[in-house]
Design a protein around this ligand. Sequence first.
Ligand code: AR6
Length: 172
Amino acid sequence: MGIMTRIETVRGDITEQQVDAVVNAANSSLLGGGGVDGAIHRKGGPRILSECRDLRASHYGKGLRTGQAVATTAGLLPARWVIHTVGPVWSATEDRSELLASCYRQSLRVADELGAATVAFPAISTGIYGWPMDDGARIAVETVRTAETRVTLVRFVLFDARALEAFTTAVG
Ligand code: AR6
């Protein structure tokens, strides 16, 4: 199934992607933050936050766990849905790679549930959460490549030249 998934890397802003779903590098509160999360809520408008609040109240009283993913609509963004996932904070002493892989896998699972065929991902955990870019890129690409999904296009949207190079190298 994953063999049907085309992978591309572009330099750009996740909020501007014309795809079915964009993935948000959120935190467990689902109530916003900086980086990608801040940009998505700023450009997407208050509807997204209001749906996140409803999700907290109905299903995630303690917050969304690291490695999990959940969808809202996309408000004013060109995409139809935002898939919020919580990356792990980088640790030098504990291997949290499986949690980072889980973010990509669970986001694709949610995309399948929504019927989203095209999905844009940021480089989850590589900003405020401190994950080394090359390793984050390797995990992202390996996980998408081996995922069982009906998603036909995964676009990695990288904010700067350095991140674009890391992901392009990982795609090979
Ligand atoms: N489009 C694409 N990539 C971006 C954008 C953008 N608009 N803005 C930043 N990046 P981060 P994290 C890159 O910090 O590390 C928030 O406060 C950025 O350069 O957004 O998972 C949340 O609420 C980096 O390479 O996410 C959490 O508390 C990558 O996207 C926490 O940050 C991810 O950086 C999550 O930290």
